[in-house]
Design a protein. Sequence first.
Lengths: 310, 553, 308
Amino acid sequence: MTEASTIAVSAEAGQPVGGQADEGRSLASDAWRQLKGNPIFWVSVSLITLFVVMALVPQLFTNVDPGAAVLKEARAEPGADAWFGRDIQGYDIYSRTVYGARASILVGVFSTLATVVIGLVMGVLAGYYGGFLDTLVSRVTDIFFAIPLLLGGILFMSTFPNDQNTPYLVVVGKVVLVLSVFGWPSIARLMRSSVLQVKPNDYVQAARALGASPWRIIRSHVMPNALAPVIVVSTINLGVFITAEATLSFLGIGLTPPAVSWGVAISDALVAVRTYPHILLFPSLFLSLAVLAFIMLGDAVRDAFDPKSR
Amino acid sequence: MRGLTRTVTMVAGISTVALLAAACGGGSGDKATSSSAGGKAGGAVTVRGCNPQNPLIPSNTTETCGGNVLDAITAKLVHYNPETGAPENDIADKIDTTDNQNFTVTIKKGYKFQDGTEVKAKNFVDAWNYAAYGPNAQSSGYFMEPIEGFGDMQCAGTDAEDPCKGFTPKAKTLTGLAVKDDYTFTIKTTEKVSNMPVRLGYSAFSPLPDTFFSDPKAYGEKPVGAGPYKLDSWTKNTEIKLSKFADYSGKFGGKLDAITFKIYQDADAAYTDVQANNLDVTDEVPSSAMIDDKYKTDLPDRNAQKAVGVIQTITFAPVKVDPNYADPKIRQAISMAIDRPTIIKQIFNNTRQPATGWVSPVVDGYKANACGEYCTFDAAKAKAKLDEAGGFKGGKMTIAYNADASHKAWVEATCNSIKGALGVDCVATPVVDFSTFRGNIAAGKQKGMFRTGWQMDYPSIENFLAPIFKTGASSNDGKYSNPEFDKLLTEAAASTDAAQANQKYQEAEALLANDMPAIPMWYSTATFGWSDKVTGVKITAFGTIDFSSLALK
Amino acid sequence: MYKYILRRLIQMIPVLLGATFIIFVMVYALPGDPTIGLCGERPCPAAFVAEFRDKHGLNDPFLVRYFTYMGNLLHGDLGTNFRDLAVVDELKLRYPTTAKLAGMAIVFETVIGIIAGVLAGIRKGRFIDNLVLVSTLFVISIPIFVIGVTLQYYFGLKYPIFPATVGSDVTYYKLLLPAFVLGSASIAYVARLTRTNLVENLRADYLRTATAKGLTRRRTLSVHALRNSLIPVVTFIGADFGGLLGGAIVTERIFNIQGVGGFLFTGIRNRDPVSVVGTVTVLVLVFLIANLLVDLLYGVLDPRISHD
């Protein structure tokens, strides 16, 4: 976005990349060595594994059909019959929450992946090549950045509404698409400014002088230095995407039945927030835990890959 | 009808109960019955308002937001009793007819418009002619349809988009209207209409002052009526201020000096303000406060409920659009598979009454149990009925609703009930918003079942049957057509005896049970809440605030 | 310096054009007819529909509508919307309210976020660091409407410390609670960005030099480390300002604030391109100017940056 970010922010970025000096130890194996010893890494990995398994095979966790409503028991408190109680429709909250993992994890992970991929490509294009390409990419980024995510989401989902025959993956895919289309600019900008920070450094200039291809320079010099802020922001974004899905559902335009998600569960529970908060509590708790796990993972990976933090 | 408008019901989640009150009966009320009221005269109150969709012209206002305001400003020939909904003469001294086709209206002397001019017979005739004239494009012009000469005033141009393009209707006035003298005029209808006097309380029949015709646009910004309150200022999207009209000579005046409609985007915010005493009356209690009757503890002795003329139904797409539901047995099976009492208890906290027919109990002529066993939940019978019809061929059933209002909970519960009883998958299908939803229905693109609601224009059994189920009627979403039904309606309209007319209407209603063009779900109740500053809060049969009894403590 | 500002201002033009075009296309592409629903559940009479369509130019082809609109825009005419309101008057009425709300939200997120971030950064790995991590995370993971409704209930009604809703006479006091709600999600971003950058800068050579010189810890922190760490934070806040203005849709609804969020949402619901595009044009302009200011602020925070 800015000419100003051309200037290196951290002065010490000029020092050589630590691990690369030692022969036979790649950056990745170095990072892995560090990760192995980090308890936070293991906690978050186990949580994420748990949620991913939940998303893939929810039947492992519950044999209650999430679509089975016992309306007479609606809003029942947690008990032996339904562990987490029942929601306003009389659905088993535990079962709904387990099954809800799929849509929420899909939305979070795929939106994050898509924004990172688009953002990285755009950011590197703009930052590394500069010139006219930079101007063009930066202005396009600005255009999409200037349109607020929520506004874009409302417009997009109103333009392409779902109907009863829309397949599950398309319903989820639309939410992913809209979050990606309006979510990538922040990553692109971050990436661009990181690239600009790294580019003037001696080791990059040296690699260039030695005839390294742009791809190689980007991969082995720019990426390791620039990825850190991208990982931090995109792990937080992952949580934001999951909650953005909930907000779209709140406005009546997110995921639609029969898709079950934490966001839908939370927005449905809202009418009872003053009277039966347990309906809101459980899906919120799972959502928070999932977001927490991803951010902790991002933190740990960042520490491991960032040559500066050695 | 006064539609369930978009503005107020935009957000699903924490938003509104389905009921949005209609207009009519604003500045009215029988002082004798306001015993519980008391309260002092004078003072100012604030009430919940919403954004009028159009300029405030009586014949161009068909939604509640503008209608609520107009009803406090205008006086009509008759006015509806706030308790019973029965018509009582207001400006009319008497409305005479011997044959239900020729009516002579005599108006009282001394009624004044808020611009100082007197209300005369010609003000009615001019206003109705204006409403009926096609090129004026008034949204409630169709209320004039029964009057003779209406057809000749409509556009019939060749342009598909705009029938008025390059076309001038044959007549500019209704031949059925004639001014006899300043205080008398006559109405002649094309066909016999037994409930004409009842209809005349609808705001489209308000008289308009002469100044209106010179500048309708200015009038729309600052309407002038002959009612108990006059409009002082209208700050768009924020508030509409009314004050007492000193020269009001009717008997339905109010105690308050000033009424301010504060415009809210969301019923929850209005309700919150009432709890905090920042707003005096809200005509909507949000569903979040309905659970476990929370509003009764939130607002102890500051709440009230009343049955209003609204019915919620589920309509089947026309057979041409979706043949899977064509067999009446399948329709009856679905209706019997819906556990209305449990849904009402769990989703609406008993703020609805299970419907037993297609007509609201608040109107004259209502007869219980028109739907009979088909509206009583019985899973076994429902399944048997479906098997009798040879099962459902369409795969899964769907009930569509507009996602911008809080319909999701009950539609989903209804679907679950159907699924449980019939063993056929049923999916609650949101359509993004009201405009798209109605657009799909109008274009014949909405398959399966969809939600429909009807709020009466005027308190008559006829209003629940003719506009919805008569062949080609304007709100006949299911394209229902039954010659026998139409014939009974015509006979009823011709009947000069009210009881006899009602009986014919009831016979017509009974036919609906055989064909099930729509499934009756429940009758609505309006729930009000108010601050501890006001007293005498009463709800009219239209679900609006009765301003004649409202007062400060 | 002036040349730089001028160049940036010129660059705004394509961005503005692009953003308004995208929004215009999207509103235009919305399914549904704007005249449906104007007359309640009964369809409007054909003549009414025709007059409405004609008055608002709905029958014109897309490009005609777009260029008519943009032509008027050049003359500073934002048009009149479907309710016959001049959009410019609406915006004059509503932008100050939303700007106040967003401004206060920024103050909240900056002050709380930076304090939390600094505390976490200088005590990396300790209890306070984890506390900040968990609490900001907690806020991020709750959708804004849940935060809004919950806080409104507890602090507006149950323990009425703050006014529960805002209404038409807007005061700063009334906006406190909504502004906090609006800014809450961003607090986490600010805190995390501050922490991350502070931790990096604390290890930097120039800080070691500063410490070696014998400067107090307070001075090394505030003058050297923090100032450098704030640059990405400032970028974020600049970018967030535009987002907050748009994101106010939900907050404004819950607290009944008559701002642009509600206007925008109603505009989309009514398929009213004039309302939506007008609002977004101003939104984008505010956003671009905020970003320009942020870039100029860089020069102040980091003397190595110059705009010549």
